[in-house]
Structure formats: C-alpha cells, structure tokens
Design a protein around this ligand. Structure first.
Ligand SMILES: Cc1cc2nc3c(=O)[nH]c(=O)nc-3n(C[C@H](O)[C@H](O)[C@H](O)COP(=O)(O)O)c2cc1C
Length: 214
C-alpha cells in the first residue's frame, strides 16, 4: 500500500528563533536550559536522545536512550555494557547524540567520546531505580537472542527469588556511560526552511560559536 500524504504533508516552523546572543557561553548550560523548557512544555520523554555508535563492520547504528545526568563533565546514560551499543562503544568510543523535541521545532546534535562512569556512580544510580527495573537489569541479556518471551519471564522470576528479602545489587554488566562532548549544534526550526543553526566547538578554554546555513 502506498501512503501518499508523506510527499505533500508540510509544517512551516515558526515557534521560535535563535541568535548567538540568546545562547549560554557553555553548551551544557544551554542544553540544560532546553531540557528544562522541554519538560515545562510537557514534551514526553523530554530527556530521550538518539545515540549513534559505529559497529565493528563500520555501520552507524542508532537507538533511543534516556539522559540521566547533564553536567560539565558530560552527558550520562545507563545501559548494559554487554549490549550491542555497549560493545560498540568499548571498541570505538566516538559517538553522537541527537535530541529532538518535535512540538518545539528543536533539535540538538552532539559529538563526543564515550567512557564508563565510575562504579560508585553506577551503584548510586542503580540503587535509585525501581526494584522491578533492577531485577530486569539482571534478567535481560540485552541485544542477545531469546528463544521465546517466556525465557525472559522465567529469568525475571528466578532473579526475583534470588534477591527476595534483600537489596538488589548492581549487575557488573550494567552501568553508565558519559559522553564527553566537543561539538554541539542547537537547531530551531524557522519559516520556509530557513532554520537557525548554531554550533559550539570546543577550544582550549572556551567554546567557539558559529552560525551555519540551514
Ligand atoms: C524512550 C526510550 C528510552 C530508552 N531508554 C533506554 C536507556 O536509557 N538505556 C538502554 O539501554 N536502552 C534504552 N532504550 C532501549 C534502546 O532503544 C535499545 O532498544 C536497547 O538499549 C538495545 O540497544 P542495542 O541493541 O543497540 O544495544 C530506550 C528506548 C526508548 C524507546
């Protein structure tokens, strides 16, 4: 079946504009500001971003993850270190992040290098998760094949029993990655596709900001 509307559906963007004078000196502060605005706006999963990694065959692969910390040190998210993305980043740590808030007509693109956060940091974050998610981290061999959903459900039952009456400790294969960024692009949709694009590039002790053609 052909879905014709996609060749004709168009939105002319006009919710905002972006000038260098509007931006914070530091792109992490700017990202934090846009995250806060997206939250206030009511954007669902406002802290979700598309993480891009390179697999061992050189394919760029992407998936959504949730940002859990946004500080000068970098952007932190949590995952299974033995998942496809976890293995990809151990082999090749250059990654991209893309935040998109459709109803605000905004995106942010980030480039940087991923590194594991400390064990203590992962422990602290793991301890803050709901118990069911903690059990899930033990039960799921993320990205590996399952013969059937019941295999996963059995693993959940087994770990629920194993941890009965005690704290669920963090599995060694689960923890955080921090993207240490060197480039950010802030994009605001404008009318007639003449969007605003402002790029921060890391210099020795400051960030340079450049405007790009849309
Ligand atoms: C809204 C949303 C949030 C997600 N958050 C995470 C996350 O924080 N960490 C994670 O490992 N997977 C998260 N996922 C699942 C990933 O997109 C992906 O399916 C999973 O991590 C396996 O990816 P991989 O096989 O490329 O390693 C999320 C998915 C969605 C749609």
């Amino acid at each position: 079946m052909e879905f014709k509307d996609i060749s004709t559906d168009r939105i002319d963007y006009g919710q905002g504009k972006l000038d260098i004078s509007d931006l914070a000196l530091n792109p992490i502060d700017q990202l934090a500001k846009w995250l806060e605005q997206a939250k206030q706006f009511g954007a669902r999963d406002y802290n979700a971003f598309i993480l891009g990694t390179l697999d061992e065959d050189g394919y760029p692969t992407t998936r959504v993850v949730l940002l859990r910390d946004c500080q000068d040190a970098g952007l932190t998210f949590y995952t299974n270190y033995e998942s496809d993305k976890g293995r990809a980043m151990e082999g090749h740590n250059k990654v991209s992040a893309n935040f998109f808030w459709a109803d605000m007509e905004r995106q942010v693109r980030v480039l940087g290098q991923a590194q594991r956060v400390s064990e203590i940091e992962s422990d602290e974050y793991f301890a803050s998760r709901p118990r069911e998610s903690q059990i899930g981290a033990w039960a799921s061999q993320q990205s590996r094949a399952l013969s059937d959903r019941s295999e996963l459900e059995e693993a959940v039952k087994a770990f629920t029993k194993e941890f009965e009456g005690r704290e669920v400790t963090r599995p060694p294969h689960w923890g955080g990655f921090r993207i240490v960024p060197h480039t950010f692009e802030f994009w605001q949709g404008r009318s007639s596709r003449l969007h605003d694009r402002l790029v921060y590039s890391k210099a020795a002790n400051h960030w340079d900001i450049t405007r790009l053609n849309p």
